[in-house]
Design a protein around this ligand. Structure first.
Ligand SMILES: *Cc1c(COP(=O)(O)O)cnc(C)c1O
Length: 355
């Protein structure tokens, strides 16, 4: 074999299914942004939908259209729009659009689409990563109601994103969210009945630990990819399995050092050996081996004592295998978050799907 990434679709299905059961009766929107956190958009989207997610959070319009082009018909949510985003194909393909400002709303309403755009109005509840400022909220809601009367948009959702900085912050954000929903209700957005917009706020962290914030649906991302959003419990502790493995071939043996065929260009963070790094290990010949050097294309590791290693042997850099480090371990060693380890996991290595 050669060095490669293996994506465990069975683990993705198990994780999504467990999260969906936890969040129910709230529905599960599966976040597949950033090429499904480095796993590959389409196979992972399908696995999540098989396992009980009923919609996908795709980030932007191009990703949404790629999902539609692949024949996936579930509701799609895209919320990050550039100055050059063309909304018409998204609206005609029934992609739900997050809207943070009057400007965006106007661009969507005048996109020339054949149908009313399904918009989810975003209120900033404290994260300050787009979303309408509370002082601009009534104007945004008012404009959306007006456009709805003219058949240009439908207010399909009201949403926000939590900072997950602390339980107190999330609680305050939920209160701000509820206040914004109340304002929308007073202005004429129906909060009961069939035309009621879906309300959504929680991602993995609040979806797991803050039941009140689940509202109508939870946008689960990182936990479904087998990485805990918490510092005090790892993914197995939450009942989640790792979903991605990186394997590396031994391409050189030099005394007690083995050279592996992956490097920083494959997403191995060199910072594990830097000033803020904590060292790193891989699994080689059944034992943990210390990483000595991270090159662009190679890793040099100390061959574990009492083992023999030959050219062509295979090391596990990370993945859900007995004795192997996890993505979470690498995130800890590199003083970063698991999202980043996953997102960096090579575009260069061949990617295989199992399960
Ligand atoms: C990334 C993202 C999610 C998923 O967040 P996780 O913490 O990975 O579960 C949900 N909603 C939005 C808007 C996001 O950007």
């Amino acid at each position: 074999m050669t060095s490669r990434i293996v994506v465990h679709l069975d683990a993705i299905r198990e994780n999504v299914s467990a999260l969906a059961a936890l969040a129910a009766p709230a529905r599960t929107m599966f976040a597949v942004k950033a090429d499904a956190y480095g796993h590959g958009l389409l196979p992972v989207a399908r696995a999540g939908l098989d396992a009980g997610a009923d919609s996908l959070a795709v980030l932007d319009v191009p990703a949404a259209l790629a999902v539609r082009d692949a024949g996936i018909e579930v509701p799609l949510f895209a919320w990050l729009h550039g100055a050059d985003t063309e909304f018409r194909p998204a609206i005609d393909s029934r992609v739900d659009l997050g809207v943070s400002s009057l400007r965006e709303l106007e661009r969507i309403a005048t996109a020339g689409a054949e149908r009313a755009a399904e918009v989810h109005l975003k209120i900033d509840t404290g994260l300050h990563r787009n979303g309408a400022d509370p002082k601009d909220w009534p104007a945004l809601v008012g404009a959306a109601l007006d456009l709805e009367r003219h058949g240009r948009v439908r207010i399909a959702g009201i949403w926000s994103h939590l900072a997950d900085a602390s339980p107190a912050d999330d609680r305050a954000a939920l209160d701000r969210f509820r206040a914004a929903v109340d304002i929308a209700g007073e202005m004429g957005v129906p909060l009961e009945g069939e035309r009621r917009p879906v309300l959504h706020l929680a991602a993995s962290s609040a979806g797991i630990r803050f039941p009140e914030a689940r509202l109508d649906l939870v946008r689960f991302g990182i936990a479904a990819y087998g990485v805990s959003p918490f510092d005090d419990v790892d993914a197995p502790g939450l009942g989640m399995r790792g979903t991605l493995s990186m394997f590396a071939d031994v391409i050189g043996v030099d005394g007690d050092v083995a050279v592996l065929e992956v490097g920083s260009a494959d997403g191995i963070p060199p910072s594990v050996l830097g000033a803020s790094g904590r060292g790193a290990e891989i699994l080689l010949a059944g034992s943990r081996a210390a990483v000595l050097e991270v090159g662009l294309d190679t890793l040099r590791v100390r061959i574990p004592e009492g083992t023999t290693v030959a050219l062509g042997d295979e090391a596990v850099v990370y993945g859900p295998h007995a004795g192997a480090p996890s993505v979470e371990d690498w995130a800890h060693w590199a003083a970063t978050i698991g999202d980043e380890i996953l997102a960096r996991s090579s575009r260069r290595l061949p990617r295989h799907y199992t399960g």
